[in-house]
Design a binder for this molecule. Sequence first.
Ligand code: DGJ
Length: 649
Amino acid sequence: SLPIPLQAGEARHLPLRDLRLRYVDHEVVTDAQPGLSPTHGLPVRETGPRETLRVRLQDPVQAFFVTLCYRLTPEHDIIERWCELHNAGQDTVSFEICYFASLHLPGGANELTYVSGTWAREFTTHRERLAPGTHLIESRNLQTGHVANPFFFLNRPGQAWEETGVVYFGALAYSGAWQIAVEQLPTWDVRIHAGYHPFDFQLDLAPGETHVTPALVCGVSPDGWGGASRRLHAFTQDRVLPRSPQGPRLRPVLYNGWEATYFALSYESQAELARKAAAIGVELFCIDDGWFGARRSDDAGLGDWAVRADAFPQGLEPLVAEIQRLGMKFGLWIEPEMVNPDSDLYRQHPDWVLHFPARERTEFRHQLILDFGRAEVVEYIFNRLDALVERYSIAFFKWDMNRLATEPGSVVGKAIWRQHVAGVYAIMDRLRRKHPTLDIQSCSGGGGRIDLGILARTDQVWVSDNTDALDRIRIQEGFSLAYPARCMEAWVTHARNHQTGRILPLGVRFDVAMRGALGIGSSLNELDDAELAEYASYIAFYKRIRHVIQEGALYRLERLEEFQGSAIEYVLPDGREAVYAVALRDYQIGSYRPSPLLKGLIAGATYTVSDRCDQEVFRASGYELMTMGLPHAGNEQVGYSQTLYLKQV
Ligand code: DGJ
């Protein structure tokens, strides 16, 4: 239906395989929402209206409109940019590539900071100068993925540092296959294209249909990489993370028994752990994998969300009652997108999994992925989870997702890449709408599902299965580039770490885990009374300072790349309280470290600096602390760590 009649032979040139866009009109509206915005109805911390500029463009020869949307959050210098695609013609329009935004950055902004990873090595920071051409940061999964995370920082080489220099930044609010293409043109201009991954992508818009993409959250910091992080953190805290009015203001101290018991669950072992956990100050007790179906190892049971009778002969009710009697909330692990072939669900519905007909169904960790392109599957999973919440008064789900898609065949074809994400979001939103006090932790074999899309419907994320404190310093530093400490669940685990075998003192394990939302994953049943008392003392300390960690602004005073250690500071907005945390990951005899200078304090105020035992160890003015720093304890070596609390007198 082109406006100009076709010439002879031209039909073979159709369909038009490009899109030209010309300005039509624009408007400023309030309360516009990007695609896949949460529908759970829970408020965020700042609910004030925001303006969105909508610029409407049209193809000159096709009845096809693209509206570029820019929602502003001026207090955090953030722009969310998304597109609305509308087909007003009479033919279906197919897209093979669709980004949420393309940014044209000033020439020369070609030093790129991003993260890569694998299981147990998430969030490894890279900083490199772009070569001419295109650098791809991407992930082709049904979840955000381990190999990269969807955010970037860009600056002129040598003209930005931790606290100074101009840094452009962006992060995708989307939890599926994504791509950020950073293109350096021969002119030194830099283009960023960020959105759906083009691999195996197809979006068909029938006549009259509209597609709204999720957003790229972006901005520019005049205060270096630290300023970019703080803008993203504040935006996430205020405008992304859900805040149930009935929920806790601060993240509770969690116990998770995965590394303590793995699949060997029983009422007795869990009840004993719960009693010890409550005694040391834990507030939320979560039972991990293994409580359901025929789940005695990872080769059976996924999909059968009914309590395992051999582990809990009386059901879960007595354990839930005991946990609540002890004053803790009850949490449960689930992996609802998955099924083991050895499960009743799969035996009943072998057609409910992603697969290509006649091809082998590749298993990973003995599991297959449910087809969330089927509305009946999404409905089934919602009903199973809803029933669990009702029956066991669940306050917290640890929502896991442990495999990649290898044969992504679905009843919805290529659209499964987007539909899977939409299905996960829909279940989470519906659960939270129905159960406003339910919290959710996003987990995907560690940190495989962390992004601003999932954070809009979860309260915290599991950053890595690697709980070794020294490895964790690096992982957490990479995480902190984009995401705030409040949602960074971090556990203290056994003295000999299960992933690395390294033995570390309790102090460093706590000092690193206390940098986020503290959790405990050690086998408490193996600790003696003196060790449990140490745990209790750290947890009590954490409770005294967590409002600063979870709500303060983060300064990375010393980064690993410079000092083989990390010193960070959290400061409340009024500058009256701060937390200083240092941990050394590497050390060479004879290398000295200058005292890091603190930030964000009130120059004329006096601060007491106190340790975990509430002992004052130092007293100084904000000016001294910001110009001379804290004195070193001396005797620093690998694993040296300390956490101090600063309070204005
Ligand atoms: C992967 C998670 O990251 C772990 O914490 C644990 O929950 C296991 N899955 C359980 O299978």
